[in-house]
Design a protein around this ligand. Structure first.
Ligand SMILES: Cc1cc2nc3c(=O)[nH]c(=O)nc-3n(C[C@H](O)[C@H](O)[C@H](O)COP(=O)(O)OP(=O)(O)OC[C@H]3O[C@@H](n4cnc5c(N)ncnc54)[C@H](O)[C@@H]3O)c2cc1C
Length: 414
């Protein structure tokens, strides 16, 4: 008889874990407080980007963070408030703002990103999932020569330490590569290995596939704790009843620290609110996804739509949508694109990225139980890391030698 696992949290991480566990012969149920894919995995930018190996914490970042705190128009903001968990997070974050930690974290991030990128190719080659998967890379265009040259240092660092380089396009060569850009830009850097998809379609078609394979979905069902004996969880207690299993996996993203008591450990994750707006494709729609680093705006051209996204607000569990932030997406994109937006706006959205101080997810067992694992805290890259995480979790729970080293993702790391 196959063993039973309950996955708590139906975002992209929980869904990917459910898929690889199901593939490994587990009997899987998902418990989700709302609907599958309704959290941060719903309307994110859809980029699957192995190029994004660098963590948020790096040399000089703390100074920029403090500056951003007092600037109302910064795309990165921290709402000043008395919240001891935020200040513990910031202190830890500050401790990681150095070259050595940045490179160490980068290597661990890269292991998950590379595995995930390859697994996505395999997933879409073997399963019929309608997700608008496109492999056109990711382009970073720059307005000014100064910013273009400054990025050359990042490219050198990525080449030297991670074996990854972009192709450089100077001057109008960048608008020849991507004709939706305005002429006259300083240039751009193209990472050819990146890809993109439509996140809501990924979530809905993966959900249907899992259901067709016998995965049970308990939606509108909030996890409240475990019924346990001698540090062994027997049942997940939810708002709609109790579910028995051999193993439990917690993939509740930004909500995970709200379960600290039930999990018997201290999870240091902050919700990092990001915004997106989705529209029809403009007439001059880009073909390649774009990131405008100078204005911190991402552009995702999907087959069935077009999305602007970004912003990082540390404002606690405040789900409100600030219209000024959405305006920053529009005005940022207008510097670079001939047609930065289209009407009507179909969806204005905000989601909570599960931010850890060192940018690494937690993929580990909780010390309080012998059969509860956590896979949360995928920061700005949960979509990009989902398949690798799913495979790692399935390897660990199935007691196979993991294909990715789990050590950097330990709960009790520095
Ligand atoms: C604007 C924006 C753009 C982004 N762009 C990208 C991108 O281009 N590429 C990329 O890789 N990443 C991107 N991200 C990050 C990515 O969206 C997240 O890292 C990822 O979605 C996290 O997935 P998750 O499954 O951990 O969390 P979620 O998708 O938030 O899922 C967690 C789920 O747990 C459920 N839950 C919580 N508590 C309970 C409970 N007690 N009981 C039951 N269920 C519970 C929630 O309802 C939720 O559905 C972006 C994020 C934002 C906000």
């Amino acid at each position: 008889m196959s063993k039973r696992v309950v996955v708590i949290g139906g975002g992209v991480i929980g869904t990917a874990c459910a898929y690889y566990l199901n593939q490994s012969g587990w009997d899987v149920a998902i418990v989700e407080q709302k609907t599958i894919g309704s959290g941060a995995s719903h309307a994110n930018c859809g980029l699957v980007c192995p190029s994004h190996v660098l963590p948020l914490a790096g040399p000089g970042v703390m100074g920029k963070t403090l500056k951003a705190m007092i600037s109302p128009n910064s795309p990165f903001s921290i709402k000043p408030r008395f919240d001891p968990t935020l200040w513990s997070w910031m202190l830890k974050f500050a401790g990681h703002c150095n070259q050595q930690d940045m490179l160490t974290a980068g290597r661990a991030i890269q292991s998950l990103l590379n595995a995930s990128r390859q697994l996505y190719d395999e997933l879409f080659a073997t399963e019929s999932l309608d997700v608008e998967w496109q492999t056109r890379g990711l382009l970073f265009p720059f307005l000014t020569r100064k910013a273009m040259d400054h990025y050359a240092h990042t490219d050198d660092l990525l080449g030297e330490h991670f074996g990854m380089r972009a192709i450089r396009y100077d001057g109008d060569a960048v608008s020849q590569l991507e004709p939706a850009l305005k002429p006259g830009l300083a240039g751009g850097w193209h990472y050819e290995g990146d890809a993109h998809l439509r996140p809501d379609k990924l979530m809905s078609s993966w959900r249907s596939l899992l259901q067709s394979r016998g995965v049970v979905m308990h939606e509108q069902s909030e996890f409240r704790g475990f019924a346990s004996l001698n540090q062994h969880a027997n049942r997940a207690i939810t708002s709609s009843g109790e579910i028995e299993a051999d193993q439990f996996l917690v993939t509740t993203g930004a909500w995970t620290p709200l379960l600290n008591q039930q999990l018997g450990c201290k999870i240091l994750i902050q919700p990092g609110k990001g915004y997106s707006m989705t529209m029809p494709r403009p007439a001059k729609c880009p073909a390649i996804p774009l990131i405008f680093e100078e204005h911190r705006v991402a552009v995702t051209p999907m087959e069935s739509g077009y999305r602007l996204g970004s912003i990082m607000e540390f404002a606690g569990y405040d789900a409100s949508i600030n219209p000024r932030r959405l305006d920053m997406l529009r005005t940022g994109a207008a510097h670079y694109l001939q047609e930065p937006t289209a009407e009507p706006v179909i969806e204005q959205w905000a989601g909570w990225r599960p931010m850890t101080p060192d940018s690494l997810p937690i993929i580990d067992r909780t010390p309080a139980f012998d059969n509860v694992m956590i896979a949360s805290g995928h920061n700005m890259l949960g979509l990009s890391m989902a398949t690798g995480t799913g495979q790692l979790v399935a390897d660990l729970l199935s007691q196979r030698t993991p294909r990715i080293d789990p050590v950097p993702f330990a709960l009790l790391r520095r």
